[in-house]
Design a protein around this ligand. Structure first.
Ligand code: HSE
Length: 426
């Protein structure tokens, strides 16, 4: 039977879950996978935490050097996070001839080429299933399950914290601040929630996923990013009345005009399968030219879900002696040869606060028509104080035209302000 020794760097939530699965299911993996995987050592500053998890004292390493010279270690699992020590430790492990499994999306999104070059040079594996969408096996699906397809689009709810916040704002009518506070209390959002709520976490994941989907290295700088901090619960409520649900989507499309990659709050129709992905759940919807639509759904974070993805990489690595590398043609040169769309098209939801007097609506619609933006639906709500809220849904049109229209509307005396603009994805 094939044997593999594992070292776990970091015994936080995910490291603890990984340790638990690997140790509790050793016999199960022997039977079902034909591999004997053992945890040979851990690197964790908090020795008490390691002991509480049941790690023998002799297996608690005190430095990365101790880990990489250990001949019993074949696979190093990095679950520290960030790009500081994690990057140094991963490079040391690779350059010492160890296969690496990581859940670190930021490290991967920022330093993929460097890591892959080291892995190739040393002829070792580099696995990152847990870096995107936690327990949902999206990386292996893209690498091993979709080879027959040119992937046309990838759309996903790839951040659980923001999905929890938006779900509570929609279902309970909470403000953004109230929902964030509860997300922090439940441990979804961190004390400093910026990475999640401003869309950085989703950007890292979309950069990785769209690179695999379109077989081109898509850097994080190529991803348009907007978070959810500017979202007003009024827009969620008006959207709901019009049949839409608000989600923070990661969207990648490979179109004739070039590649589009963007993370932003998006309305989806209530009957879109992504609309019913609630709370902290994640989902990814793919369209392949052969298979058509597929969707994967599950938990994008947490000890056992993310541990599940890590262990699947560990077992894959233990069973294989030859490794596959993404090897994008534009890996080293960046993506100078990749054509990115300069503009993109969408439907739009727009909310204006206006003076509630005769002729205002026609002035506003005239401005849309002047910029060649076609309106498909209008709703007006009188506020009883001399103002009205006008909600406009457009047909599909170029974003640049919508932005020009909104800039001009803002200059009209009858328009108090543009309150909200949300892209709609069918
Ligand atoms: N913080 C992430 C989320 C999980 O809320 O989805 C890890 O990427």
């Amino acid at each position: 039977m094939k044997k593999a020794g594992v070292a776990i760097l970091g015994l936080g939530v995910v490291g603890g879950g990984t340790y638990q699965i690997l140790t509790e299911k050793r016999e199960f993996f022997k039977k079902t996978q034909g591999v004997d995987v053992t945890v040979e050592c851990v690197l964790e500053k908090n020795v008490e935490r390691a002991k509480q998890l049941g790690v023998e004292e002799a297996k608690i390493a005190s430095s990365i050097e101790e880990v990489v010279v250990n001949p019993n270690v074949d696979i190093v699992v990095e679950v520290i996070g960030g790009t500081g020590v994690a990057r140094t430790f991963v490079m040391k492990a690779l350059m010492s001839g160890k296969t690496v499994v990581t859940s670190n999306k930021e490290l991967f999104a920022k330093h993929w080429s460097e890591l892959e070059s080291a892995a190739k040079k040393m002829n070792v594996g580099l696995f990152f299933e847990a870096s995107c969408v936690g327990g949902v096996p999206i990386i292996r699906t893209l690498q091993e399950g979709m080879q027959a397809n040119k992937i046309l689009s990838i759309k996903g709810i790839i951040n659980g914290t923001t999905n929890y916040i938006l779900t509570k704002m929609a279902d309970e009518g909470w403000s953004y601040e109230e929902a964030l506070k509860e997300a922090q209390r439940l441990g979804y959002a961190e004390f400093n929630p910026t990475a999640d709520v401003e869309g950085f976490d989703a950007t890292y994941k979309l950069s990785i996923l769209s690179s695999l989907a379109f077989n081109k290295k898509i850097c994080i700088e190529n991803v348009y990013r907007e978070g959810i901090t500017g979202i007003d619960k009024e827009d969620i409520a008006y959207g709901k009345e019009l049949g839409y649900t608000l989600k923070l989507l990661g969207i990648g499309k490979d179109t004739e005009n070039g590649v589009e990659v963007r993370v932003h709050p998006t309305f989806v129709k209530n009957d879109n399968p992504l609309a019913s992905v609630n709370d902290s759940f994640n989902a990814v919807h793919l369209v392949g030219d052969a298979v058509g639509e597929i969707m994967l759904y599950g938990r994008g974070a947490g000890a056992l879900p993310t541990g599940s993805a890590i262990v699947s990489d560990v077992i894959f690595a233990a069973k294989h002696d030859e490794y596959f590398y993404a090897g994008f043609k534009n890996n080293i040169t960046g993506n100078k040869e990749t054509k990115f769309a300069k503009d993109f098209s969408s439907k739009y939801y727009i909310r204006l606060s206006v003076k509630d007097t005769a002729g205002v609506l026609s002035k506003i619609s005239g401005m849309f028509s002047k910029h060649n933006v076609s309106i498909s639906e209008v709703k007006q709500v009188s506020m009883g104080d001399g103002s009205a809220q006008i909600i406009i849904i457009t047909h599909v049109c170029a974003e640049s035209l919508v932005k020009k229209t909104l800039a001009k509307l803002d200059t009209l005396a009858e328009v108090f302000s543009v309150k909200g603009m949300v892209r709609i994805e069918d």
